[in-house]
Design a protein around this ligand. Sequence first.
Ligand code: 13P
Length: 262
Amino acid sequence: MTTRATRPLVMGNWKMNLDFVEALHLVQEIGVVLHHQPLEHTDLVVAPPFVDLRTVCSIVESEQIPVGVGAQHVSQFESGAHTGEVSASMLRRLGVTWVIVGHSERRTHYAMSDEVVAATLAAALRAGMNAVLCVGEDEERRRGGEHQSFVGAQLASALSGLSPAARSVVTVAYEPLWAIGTGVSASIEEIAEMGTFVRATLDDLGATGSRILYGGSVNEDNAGDIASVRSIDGFLVGGASLRAASFLAIGRACDDCYAGKR
Ligand code: 13P
């Protein structure tokens, strides 16, 4: 049983799934359930593809659905000749208040360097957005025992250019690459070890108020156990966020844990 100072956060990263019609249906379904059975302690955020954001923001506002809306990526630049990019101020104008920064798929498949991650994080915060900074090691680094040093360096690099006040509003998602999309999450011991390590590193960096999420094959069956890990304040969910029932079950697991019901 764990009591927490911070409200848990469960964010659904839809990745490149669901067109705007499908997105509309999923958010409406989430809304219907939440209006009947609201979560008491847990913040929910959905992060659809860019092209769905306007539709999702409109329905969230008009139906007063208690979820935040996030983007999966944002440009480090304000405007100009950056074909294919979207700026933080454009997202803000739509009502998007959250953004995922430095997801491992962007770092790995789109060569997003630590420097670009740091610049993107700074741009998101400058625009007044809530940022979820993703960190995590690959399988090779895990096998080589370098997971702490690698994640520590990712955190230091991303946060070093920010003021202490800005550092504390960043949410950090620890997502080991080897647990993403595999159906097998990291073990409770591995999550607890890295959660404690990330918390200590954030304390050293002056980011004392940050929430720490776990991501990687979270589902309705394992969410309760992982949520009870002391250092973990919620989840960044991929596949299981594409269905209202499993996304909300994960939210409810956080709620129950926060309320000390487990
Ligand atoms: P899965 O939950 O599908 O493993 O994805 C995790 C993730 O990458 C969320 O950002």
